[in-house]
Design a protein around this ligand. Structure first.
Ligand code: ADP
Ligand code: MG
Length: 550
């Protein structure tokens, strides 16, 4: 058969089932889309008013209202923004359906990852059809003498338009929830979805349930509660760092992450050039009980939540932190694979890494004592970052600390200096301070301290440092310590020789092994009579084999 080329023909009646099917996993984003359209509409009318092109007649209590009616099975989104004329409905609502749908299919045919679809296509208004059988728009433009318009569509290719009923500027969008929207009949689901996507949107968002029994006090009187906006219209990260207090940073942390442990410290990112980026990164306290670190970095685009923990923008090791990052320059709805290949996201990621390294250096320089206090909590991030990111490692190399068995925090250089004459480019460490306690006291008796490297990341970290500083070797306290003993050895040569021979005999027999080397050293310790040691290399080899099940 000869080669043929052509374009797929698209029938829009096929679009809605596809949208519904493929977007199902993320179908709560319709709330984000409709509320951000409402906020856009308010921003537009505000701008026109400030240009003197719109007269708002004092109606400037800008807000978005979401009303759930579980009996009527509707969810309404009401704003007092710019509104639309019938021309505008035809242009923005009716036409977009077609172009948006075409784009959707064109791009869809070579995209595999379903997750990416919504981000990529920004179905915006039409995402309402993921949950609704029928969508109505009732809108009145801000223009003087405008006529209200009502539009309705059941998700097919037909729509109806007629005169609207609104008397005030703005738009009311009603979703008649279908079977796929069943979950949004729950007050809790709607509320938490608004909180997830819209908590920093720029106009107050109110949520109410129309058919809810009013709360009554014990005398049967209805309790009237002042409605409260679900969002924070001016999140702290948008303010100038110099205008924020510690208490505000802590409060923002508590509210945003519902973490009632105080963060250790934070970094306020505030950049206008060459790209616009604002945010706050918090270093959380480690949960010592479980020793797990589960970070969370929320990414926003102009105060609209996009996603958590986007690896293309946030360097992986920083995903252990908690924070918010808002980057309006990031194209909303970009797919993740697009982010990956984009030089721009790499720049953002490098900028964030640099800021974190700068902050750590600043803390170290401004007060070593304070820095040491944080060390146990922050060292896993720093070690992980050192391994993962060379540039980061270079920046923080000189402030890497090691906690010694006498509770001091030292750099490698300080450690070596402390042991001049005893250790040559060697660092002794313990991986289990309890189990290896007798070796620690043995070394102590010989005037040597060990450093504690007992976190799960440490074995990788040790290899990393040995690779970076290739003349330094880490040795566990129960490995090659004979060198250390030898210097101290005062035993009489002759007795030693005889004893070695005797002991060797015993061991050869016991181990049934001819090639076994016995060394006799005097241990300056009452606790340790003798020890069988395994060289650092052999032990590491064994550990590796165990890890890979060899
Ligand atoms: P986008 O927001 O990316 O432009 P949408 O599909 O979300 O795409 O919306 C299409 C258009 O419909 C908007 O650009 C806007 O002109 C109009 N629109 C949608 N919702 C509203 C609203 N609540 N008030 C006024 N205009 C709206
Ligand atoms: Mg939109």
């Amino acid at each position: 058969m000869s080669k043929e080329k052509g374009s797929l023909s698209i029938h829009s009646e096929n679009i809605f089932p596809i949208i519904k099917k493929w977007l199902y996993s993320d179908h709560d984003i319709f709330i984000r889309e409709l509320i951000s359209n409402a906020c856009d509409a308010i921003t537009k009318v505000k701008r026109l008013s400030s240009l003197g092109e719109a007269h708002l007649g004092g109606k400037t209590d800008f807000q978005v209202k979401v009303i759930l009616d579980t009996t009527a099975r509707t969810l309404k989104f009401i704003d007092n923004g710019i509104g639309m004329t019938d021309e505008e409905v035809k242009k923005y609502i009716n036409q977009i359906a077609f172009s948006g749908a075409e784009d959707f299919l064109k791009t869809y045919k070579d995209k595999g990852d379903i997750d990416q679809i919504i981000g990529h296509f920004g179905l915006g208004f039409y995402s309402a059809f993921m949950v609704a059988d029928m969508v109505e728009i009732d809108t009145l433009s801000y223009r003087q003498g405008a006529q209200g318009v009502k539009w309705r569509c059941d998700g097919g290719t037909e729509f109806e338009m007629e005169e609207g009923s609104r008397t005030h500027r703005g738009t009311e969008i009603t979703l008649h929830l279908g079977p796929d929207g069943e979950t949004f009949l729950s007050e809790y689901t709607v509320r938490s979805t608004i909180e997830k996507y819209c908590s920093f949107m720029p106009y107050p968002i109110y949520f109410e349930v129309a058919d809810k029994e009013p709360e009554k006090d014990k005398d049967g009187n209805i309790i009237i509660t002042e409605p409260e906006a679900l969002n924070d219209v001016l999140p702290l990260y948008l303010k100038q760092p110099s205008a924020c207090t510690d208490e505000e940073y802590k409060e923002f942390y508590r509210k945003t992450f519902r973490d009632f442990q105080e963060p250790l410290f934070w970094i306020h990112l505030n950049m206008d050039y060459p790209f616009n980026l604002k945010g706050i990164l918090y270093f959380p306290k480690l949960n010592t009980e479980f020793d797990t670190i589960e970070g969370r970095i929320k990414l926003y685009n102009s105060q609209v939540f996009i996603a958590d923990n986007i690896k293309e923008v946030i360097p992986e090791f920083l995903l252990l932190l908690k924070g918010v990052i808002d980057c309006p320059d990031l194209p909303l709805n970009v797919s993740r694979s697009f982010l990956q290949n984009d030089g721009f996201t790499k720049k953002i990621s490098d900028y964030i890494t640099k800021k974190v390294a700068d902050k750590l250096n600043g803390l170290f320089k401004s007060g070593r004592e304070g820095f040491e206090k944080f060390w146990d909590d922050i060292s896993p991030f720093i070690k992980y970052g050192s391994i993962k990111d060379d540039k980061f490692y270079e920046k923080i190399e000189s402030i890497l600390l090691y906690k010694t068995t006498d509770e001091q925090y030292v750099t490698i250089e300080e450690y070596l200096e402390k042991h001049t004459g005893k250790l040559e480019k060697q660092v002794y460490y313990v991986s289990d301070p309890v189990q290896q306690a007798q070796y620690v006291s043995l070394l102590k008796a010989h005037g040597v301290e060990a450093v504690i490297l007992d976190h799960s990341i440490d074995s990788a970290f040790i290899s990393h440092i040995e690779m970076k500083k290739n003349d330094i070797r880490f040795k566990r306290v129960d490995s090659d310590i004979s060198e250390l003993m030898k210097e101290q050895d005062q035993t009489d040569e002759e007795t030693n020789k005889v004893e070695v021979e005797n002991v060797t005999k015993v061991f050869k027999k016991a181990l049934a092994k001819e090639d076994c080397k016995i060394q006799l050293e005097s241990l300056k310790s009452e606790d340790v009579a003798g020890m069988i040691i395994l060289s650092e290399d052999s032990r590491r080899m064994q550990e590796m084999m165990k890890r890979y099940n060899m």
